[in-house]
Design a protein around this ligand. Structure first.
Ligand code: HQG
Length: 181
């Protein structure tokens, strides 16, 4: 992705996950925005984006962060929201035996005490593969990878969801399901 697309992708993440009010809009209950209004409002607030660029971002985003509605008229972020009212309406799914969470040393003591919390987002984010968890952690520093006993959690009635871009989501991970290695 070139610089312009990365910058517009970050703008879309801000609007579609955290602050639609930055362009004077509100997400609907499932996190969607009408694309024509998004384009118009973004232009008025100083971030011009064309339909072509928006489609290019949806198609080429390394993590497939965004989805279009079936009719192509709306867009939403696949995960990562901090707006509590957004309900993605994902189906609960049986997770793989283990999932991964990438974090950094500064958080470990607190995670050992409290387990994993969703903090500012709507879910705890878990990865199906270790390589992805390493990338998530590298945003903050030297990666520490935690192994999550997802099947055991599921047996203990913790619900899991998988976003359209393959991120596993759950409400919290109690410490007894975390392997610190
Ligand atoms: C940590 C990006 C102390 C947790 C990524 C993490 C992902 C605790 C941070 C997605 C804790 C939260 C999400 C506790 C959790 N005490 N620290 N009890 N429980 N933490 O950004 O998983 O590029 O909200 O380890 O790639 O890092 O934006 O979550 O370090 O998919 O599309 O608190 O965001 O995707 O940080 O990342 P975040 P995350 P995008």
């Amino acid at each position: 992705m070139n610089k312009q697309l990365v910058s517009l992708s970050k703008f879309l993440s801000l609007v579609l996950r955290h602050q639609p009010e930055a362009i004077g809009m509100q997400l609907d209950a499932e996190g969607w925005l009408p694309i024509d209004e998004l384009i118009e409002n973004s232009k008025q607030r100083g971030t011009p984006i064309t339909l072509k660029l928006l489609h290019e971002i949806v198609a080429t985003s390394d993590k497939r962060r965004f989805s279009l509605s079936d009719d192509g008229l709306r867009i939403r972020a696949n995960q990562g929201h901090s707006i509590a009212a957004v309900e993605l309406n994902l189906q609960p799914l049986k997770p793989p035996d283990q999932l991964f969470h990438g974090t950094v040393a500064a958080f470990i003591e607190s995670i050992r005490e409290q387990g994993l919390h969703k903090r500012s987002r709507n879910h705890v984010h878990l990865s199906a593969d270790e390589a992805t968890a390493i990338k998530v952690a590298q945003r903050r520093g030297k990666p520490i990878i935690l192994i999550i006993e997802a099947a055991k959690m599921h047996e203990a009635n913790h619900a899991f969801y998988c976003s359209a871009n393959g991120v596993w989501l759950t409400d919290k991970v109690p410490v007894e399901f975390i392997k610190f290695e």
